[in-house]
Write a protein that binds this ligand. Structure first.
Ligand code: ATP
Length: 255
């Protein structure tokens, strides 16, 4: 069941008590020719997903929200939205839970937000072109307000666990504002240089030696930069620069 509301948010909000995936709903709306930005927000997702279809646990009490953006920028710039969204989510968490210390919130390339080293939230940017062949994107946010999974190969966390209990609606309100500000800064890609330097300032492992696993291959090097397509640039010990696209990669930073 969907409910439409517009309570002073910068973008109208459509609420669902339960949905398969807010991103899937957003993509379906774009395919039908939706031309207005909209937030799709669900209390529960029954088929929440991350990159490459990996499951995203979606319990009541966490935030599941997708921003549908018809025609946000030229197609070549859409991959940058992951960094715009990461910064906005980080801004929003700090605004909604001001007791948190800024340095404890790190962006992990390409699409995670960590709190005290644990995965607090994930972002999934999907899209391409809409029904009329124009560029279009959905940006999905899954943020652990109340619950976090305990059975992952790495640590996950929640705002509740960090002693900063925050209602999903409060976080959404902050995220709506933060996205408006960061999208404005990005300016459909013309402002990506500023987004990139802000993102790098809060990125896990930036300037450090990191280890990246690409399938079976492991690359170790200094995390020096991200490029305009969102790729990570590592300087290997032999001096060669390795450009890593957001494929099946996991980034590890030595303790
Ligand atoms: P990784 O961060 O492990 O490299 P990924 O970036 O490919 O994975 P995501 O798109 O962030 O994956 O999301 C899917 C993965 O996130 C799942 O495979 C699971 O390990 C993890 N995950 C699922 N639900 C949650 C959650 N609520 N909080 C934190 N992590 C989760």
């Amino acid at each position: 069941m969907a409910q439409y509301e517009f309570q002073g948010s910068t973008v109208p909000i459509i609420r669902f008590t339960e949905i398969g995936s807010t991103n899937a709903e957003g993509l379906a709306r774009l395919a039908r020719g939706e031309i207005m930005p909209v937030w799709l927000v669900a209390d529960i997702q029954t088929a929440g997903r991350g990159r490459r279809g990996r499951p995203w646990t979606s319990e009541l009490g966490n935030l599941f929200a997708t921003l549908v953006l018809p025609n946000p920028a030229p197609l070549a710039n859409l991959a940058q939205l992951c960094f715009v969204a990461g910064l906005a989510l980080r801004d929003a968490v700090l605004a909604a839970a001001p007791q948190l210390v800024s340095e404890t919130l790190k962006l992990k390339w390409p699409n995670d937000l960590l709190l005290n080293g644990g995965k607090l939230a994930g972002i999934l940017v999907e899209g391409g072109t809409d029904a009329n062949g124009r560029p279009a994107a959905v940006i999905g946010f899954g943020a652990n307000c109340l619950h976090h999974p305990e059975d992952l190969p790495y640590k996950a966390t929640s705002l509740e666990e960090a002693g900063a209990p925050t209602a999903p609606d409060r976080l959404l309100e902050a995220l709506d504002l933060a996205m408006a500000v960061r999208l404005n800064q990005w300016h459909a890609g013309a402002g990506f240089a500023g987004i990139r330097s802000d993102w790098m300032r809060h990125a896990l492992g930036m300037g450090d030696q990191v280890s990246v696993k690409i399938g079976e291959r492991e690359v170790v090097g200094r995390f020096e930069n991200i490029d305009a397509r969102g790729a990570m640039m590592l300087r290997r010990r032999d001096g060669i620069a390795e450009i890593i696209t957001a494929g099946d990669v996991s980034l590890r930073v030595p303790e």
